[in-house]
Design a protein around this ligand. Structure first.
Ligand code: CO
Length: 172
């Protein structure tokens, strides 16, 4: 197993809107497998393609990394409904090592996505799964979890973000 390598905060791709996948050809499945391997090696519960340098609407998600039954591969995902109810939970991100913070997100969502064969799926998610999906779809829109932090917390992490920009981030 080999990691594709993770783009770290400061990389332009992390702030770019990813392009929709139109070609469901034979390159897609191997790329998804590489993303899954990378997610496992890096110790994440989700990974979006821009985090490995590919600006396409692709994400892999697994709230239980050791359980293949809970793995979801999402192509062109979009949230079609969100609950009024919200939840606050601490998040981190493989692309922003060493920084964690409380993020308020919808408790439940409904998402439409395609699988590697282009077939459309519709899934209702709540709790941790709903949170991870929202975090990864944010990545596909160039949004990072730090954008959702309180103003006070944003001020607090400013020096750490500056260190990441200058390549002096904490070792993972
Ligand atoms: Co992330």
């Amino acid at each position: 197993m080999k990691s594709l390598g993770i783009k770290i905060y400061g990389d332009k791709l992390l702030r770019s809107k990813s392009k929709a996948v139109e070609d469901f050809g034979s390159d897609l499945s191997p790329f998804l497998e590489q993303m899954i391997e990378t997610m496992i090696i890096e110790g994440g519960v989700g990974l979006a393609a821009p985090q490995v340098g590919i600006s396409k609407k692709i994400a892999v998600i697994n709230p239980e990394p050791e359980n293949t039954a809970t793995l979801i591969k999402m192509i062109n995902p979009r949230i079609v409904s969100t609950s009024d109810e919200v939840e606050t939970l601490e998040e981190g991100c493989l692309s922003i090592p060493g920084i964690r913070g409380d993020v308020v997100r919808s408790s439940a969502i409904e998402v439409v996505y395609q699988d590697e064969n282009g077939r459309e799926h519709n899934v209702k998610a709540e709790g941790l799964l709903a949170r991870i999906i929202q975090h990864e779809i944010d990545h596909l829109n160039g949004v990072l979890f730090i954008d959702h932090l309180s103003l006070a917390k944003k001020a607090l992490i400013k020096p750490e973000l500056r260190n990441l920009l200058h390549g002096r981030g904490r070792e993972r």
